[in-house]
Design a protein around this ligand. Structure first.
Ligand SMILES: C[S@@+](CC[C@H](N)C(=O)[O-])C[C@H]1O[C@@H](n2cnc3c(N)ncnc32)[C@H](O)[C@@H]1O
Length: 369
């Protein structure tokens, strides 16, 4: 997606950016209370923070993230945990703007909660990440559970190996911008191979040569995804596609975690942003009613499960894991929208179900042969 704001200090908020913010804030709303239950301190790192505000005065990702916590209905329950917000913006003019926006926001929200620390810095993401790693090395300590939002313009400055080192700790998660448009254009051009090798952590992207259309798109997408799994060690990676106003894929946002609960939450949020398929947003359709009328069609999931589990007796927990990890669907689609109609049609039965059409924990399900 052409990021036209590149040479301006602040720029217009595009519909796809608003969708990106919806994904981010929807996730953080659930993630803050979950993680703070088990950890004394959690970190939100916005590595490419931007100027903090858009031309229409909408807030950027740093304030959007802060606002989730400050307006959270469970804020009191999280008051004895420390939240650290690290905002970094490399470009001086945008950094200065970001500082003003953050200062104003803090002033508007007095008394400022003592458990919420905010730091605004100006350096390259690479230097910031190296700085954090150097500090941790010196302290012989691990990074606190961190949600790293890595949202650059383009393909520069986010080497796969740096993401691996920074986010190798168990409870660290990643939400990263993958500039498909640029990768697709230059994968076989030969003039930015070093940069793309750094981005992917491999030069296998060159194998896109000769591939076209959907096959090429799937290849490049899947390569980045598998690198996040294999190099960074994320157990679960889920992407969300952004389609630009000319109908082409601009970029993907990739979410990586080692926690299946995190995957469940992010998929729920993705389905809220895209009620039709849970995996894409289009600038063309933005604001049109079609987005709100879309109904989830679970027939493909019903067919997939009928085939995958044919003849087997499995627990509802096994099916939940399958839906979350191996299908585009969210957990909330499993029972009422999928198992219930399957039972009605006789595709599944249950030997231990108390009430037809309900599938509480421990329910066993037998799939027809
Ligand atoms: C897409 S914008 C960020 C938008 C912001 N995350 C939001 O959602 O509101 C990317 C920002 O990264 C900044 N930037 C560019 N290169 C950078 C680097 N190497 N390290 C950190 N920031 C950088 C740009 O100046 C720009 O403001």
């Amino acid at each position: 997606m052409a990021r036209t704001g590149e040479r301006e200090t602040v720029w217009e908020l595009k519909p796809h950016t608003a969708a990106k913010h919806q994904l981010l804030t929807g996730y953080l709303k659930a993630w803050f209370p979950i993680l703070s239950r088990w950890n004394a301190r959690i970190v939100f790192l916005d590595g490419f923070a931007g100027p903090g505000i858009y031309k229409g005065e909408e807030y950027g990702s740093p304030i959007k993230a802060l606002d989730v916590l400050l307006k959270h209905t469970h804020r009191d329950a999280m008051a004895n945990k420390e939240f650290v917000f690290l905002f970094n913006e490399a470009e001086q003019d945008r950094y200065e703007q970001l500082e003003i926006v953050v200062r104003d926001y803090v002033a508007k929200n007095q008394p400022w909660p003592s458990n919420v620390k905010v730091s605004v810095g100006s350096d390259s993401f690479e230097n910031v990440a190296e700085g954090i790693l150097g500090f941790l090395e010196q302290q012989k300590s691990n990074l606190a559970p961190t949600f790293a939002f890595v949202d650059p313009f383009g393909v520069k400055g986010l080497p796969m190996d740096l993401l691996r080192r920074l986010l190798s700790f168990d409870r660290c998660e990643l939400f990263v911008y993958f500039d498909f448009n640029t990768v697709n254009r230059f994968a076989n051009a030969g003039n930015i191979d070093d940069r793309l090798t750094e981005l992917f952590g491999t030069d296998l992207f060159k194998q896109a040569r000769g591939l076209t259309g959907a096959e090429r798109k799937a290849f490049l997408h899947d390569l980045y995804q598998s690198q996040l799994v294999e190099v960074c060690g994320f157990s679960y990676v889920k992407s969300f596609e952004m389609v630009n106003s000319s109908g082409h894929t601009g970029y993907f946002l990739f979410y990586g975690t080692r926690n299946i609960k995190g995957l469940e939450v992010m998929k729920d949020v993705m389905w809220t942003v895209d009620p039709g398929s849970g995996e894409k947003f289009s600038d063309i359709l933005a604001g049109q009613d079609v987005l709100f009328q879309a109904e989830v069609d679970t027939r493909p999931l019903q067919q997939d499960m009928a085939q995958h589990f044919r003849g087997q007796l499995v627990s509802v927990e096994t099916l939940a894991h399958y839906v979350l990890v191996d299908t585009p669907y969210a957990l909330k689609h499993l029972k009422k929208l999928t198992l219930k109609p399957m039972q009605k049609e006789g595709v599944i039965t249950s030997p231990n179900q108390k009430r037809t059409g309900t599938f509480p924990e421990g329910t066993l399900i037998k799939f027809a042969d």
